[in-house]
Design a protein around this ligand. Structure first.
Ligand SMILES: *[C@@H]1O[C@H](CO)[C@@H](O)[C@H](O)[C@H]1NC(C)=O
Length: 649
């Protein structure tokens, strides 16, 4: 439909930058440096945690927990001397990666058939129950070879292209019986770069359930006899079951080059639908905004002209409009509140703190997406996205502090000490507190998804040592700046506000304003949620970038409109109104996550649902702060502009 493939753009651009630059080696981030192997060299296979995945039967995801590969109940063979952890980035750990060494012996270009991984393992009934349950929940194994995830091959029926999906099944359910996959057919694609120099460019695993497999060798001889595929490996929940883990390795020459080896993993499901929706919502939203803002701009220009003309006639206030010439009907009364519109709102401290934090989130999100679009945060660089987000958020504490104190100053704030303390602590403490609580549940379930205590300490440390001082420095700088003059003077005595009606009441106006920004981005939201909850790779940052832009434009435009109507109704309490109605799209995001739960997820435990709800609330709250800030600043500019163009003595 559309010739441009935006999803390919980032990777292509990054490759272009990388290959065109003489600094190639300096540019390669760890994890993407190619490794060359000679024939027979050991290629390390590392193992990551087990994650729940979508079931093939009804596309539901049934769990939110993940488990350590060497969890005792699974009885996977550890390497000699015990598994070692591979060091990872902060973001990688936060998002659950637990990478460890494995006993698999893969030698470049050495094919193997049916080798045992270790001695026979015995499953107790209790453990069998545990593993069977994980098979019912479609748990996947996640292996890594040379930084590439081991995948399964899928065919996209719509486009008829095949692609690799990271992870392969722990077992499968057939005839209402969970079968354990105890044999792995490992296919590795190698690409020859020079004589006797090879690179790993793809890895597929086809697991099988083969009962009656046995190890026959002893000592270093791991040969085995694999059972035939007619007899499946079942785990008995009443008596002990013995299982032999076996694997075969096939090396296949491939023409895929190292630079493009990720392409197969980054498959776009139905790019047409994606495009269709994005363009669709963009057009509708842009049309609406264009239309309404033209009308608004014209009305405003007329208003301002008329107000200023009346001013020349010497009519200070035309509340008694009866004697005004040429039948001007008073249809907009926003001028009437000019003496109150810059009156500081109630709870100005809280609003300043929220707006400051929103600005911090906004810049963090903007920069992260921008980095991702140019390809710096590619999925081949595990955890880089989350790490960069955390670092940016920490450093932008400065912006948060500065913005909140500038806003507070314009509100004639006096409780400066409180502002300095609350800005860096209120929102982060709430987020971290919730995160910590939810993490306790994960930890209680013995899931490996629980963030280790030391990582928690590191996060608190980073926040305390870098973010807090930066925020305070920013606040201090903002505090030292002269107060921005309001374009019109504020009266001593506040005006009476007439009661508002219909959609101008707070709640209806929030519902109304929130729906449009949500509409602009909900397609992308679906893909982001998919990658969060069913462990898919998210990498369509081009789309995300566009959606983010749409979100900003829509939130700003709709909120300005609402505030205009509110001011016309002689209600000058616009500050909180702007923040809350623009932030109201968070309510829709939360409602959408409930819908997503109903459609895509099916938790078999109470804690699963609780975790999902908790994280959804957390995300919605951050969303509220971020998009509320967009609306607030849009209206800030708007209000300053329109009252600035009035001639008032
Ligand atoms: C390994 O097996 C594959 C597929 O049968 C074959 O193409 C390849 O040449 C074999 N490699 C070696 C070193 O025998």
């Amino acid at each position: 439909m559309l010739p441009l493939r935006l999803d390919r753009l980032p990777a292509g651009l990054a490759l272009f930058v990388l290959s065109a630059s003489p600094l190639v080696s300096a540019f390669y981030l760890p994890g993407i440096t190619p490794t060359n192997y000679n024939n027979g060299d050991l290629v390390q296979l590392t193992v990551n945690h087990l994650t729940p995945s979508q079931s093939a039967r009804d596309t539901h995801v049934r769990s939110v927990f993940s488990f350590d590969y060497y969890h005792r109940a699974f009885h996977f063979c550890p390497p000699e001397g015990g598994p070692e952890s591979i060091s990872e980035s902060l973001g990688s750990i936060l998002f659950g990666d637990r990478i460890q060494t494995s006993p698999f012996q893969l030698h470049m270009n050495v094919n193997e058939t049916c080798k045992a991984v270790c001695d026979q393992q015995v499953f107790e009934p209790r453990e069998a129950k545990f593993v069977n349950r994980r098979i019912w929940q479609n748990f996947n194994l996640n292996w890594l070879v040379d930084g590439l995830p081991a995948g399964q091959r899928y065919l996209d029926p719509k486009t008829n292209t095949d692609f690799y999906q990271p992870g392969f099944a722990l077992g499968e359910v057939k005839d209402e019986q969970p079968r354990l996959n105890n044999h792995y057919n490992i296919y590795i694609d190698q690409h020859q770069v020079r004589r006797d120099q090879y690179r790993v460019v793809g890895i597929l695993v086809e697991p099988e359930s083969l009962g009656e497999s046995k190890r026959v060798g002893t000592g270093d001889d791991f040969s085995a006899t694999c059972g035939n595929s007619g007899v499946a490996q079942l785990l008995d929940e009443r008596v002990q079951t013995s299982v032999t883990w076996t694997y075969s390795v096939t090396w296949r020459p491939s023409t895929t080059s190292f630079a493009t080896r990720w392409d197969k993993y980054l498959h776009v499901y139905d790019p047409k639908i994606h495009w269709f929706w994005l363009v669709n919502s963009a057009v509708v939203v842009m049309f609406l905004i264009g239309m309404v803002s033209t009308i608004l701009a014209r009305t405003l220009r007329k208003d301002i002209k008329r107000y200023n003309r009346l001013d020349q006639l010497g009519l200070d206030d035309f509340s008694g409009t009866d004697d005004v010439e040429d039948g001007v009907v008073e249809d907009s009364g926003w001028k009437l509140v000019h003496g109150d519109v810059f009156r500081p709102p109630k709870y100005s401290l809280a609003l300043s703190v929220l707006v400051g934090n929103g600005a911090q989130l906004f810049t963090m999100a903007g920069f992260t997406i921008a980095f991702a679009v140019v390809g710096f945060l590619s999925p081949s660089n595990r955890g880089s996205l989350a790490t960069v987000m955390i670092l940016l958020y920490t450093f932008f504490g400065f912006i948060g502090g500065y913005v909140s104190s500038r806003v507070y100053k314009s509100f004639n704030g006096t409780k400066w000490k409180q502002l300095f303390i609350w800005t860096p602590s209120a929102v982060p403490a709430l987020v971290f507190g919730t995160f910590f609580l939810l993490n306790l549940f994960v930890w209680a379930r013995q899931s490996s998804g629980a963030v280790p205590f030391t990582t928690m300490l590191v996060i608190v440390g980073i926040w305390f040592v870098i973010s807090v001082p930066l925020s305070i420095a920013g606040s201090w700088l903002g505090f030292k700046q002269p107060q921005a003059d309001a374009p019109v003077r504020t009266n001593q005595i506040p005006r009476q506000i007439p009661p508002s009606h219909g959609y101008l009441r707070p709640l209806p106006s929030m519902l109304l304003v929130g729906v449009l920004p949500f509409f602009a981005i909900f397609v992308e939201l679906y893909f982001v949620m998919n990658s969060l909850w069913s462990s898919r790779i998210y990498y369509m940052f081009g789309f995300l970038f566009l959606s983010f832009g749409l979100l900003v434009v829509t939130s700003a435009a709709v909120t300005i409109m609402m505030v205009y109507f509110v001011l016309c109704a002689e209600n000058y309490h616009w500050q909180w109104r702007a923040f809350a109605s623009s932030g109201a799209s968070a309510g829709y995001v939360f409602a959408y996550s409930l819908l997503y739960w109903a459609q895509m997820l099916k938790f078999s435990s109470f804690t699963g649902g609780l975790l999902y709800l908790g994280y959804s609330m957390l995300i919605s709250f951050l969303w509220f702060v971020l998009s509320g800030t967009i609306g607030f600043f849009a209206c800030w500019v708007f209000v300053h502009r329109i009252y600035g163009s009035l001639k008032i003595d």
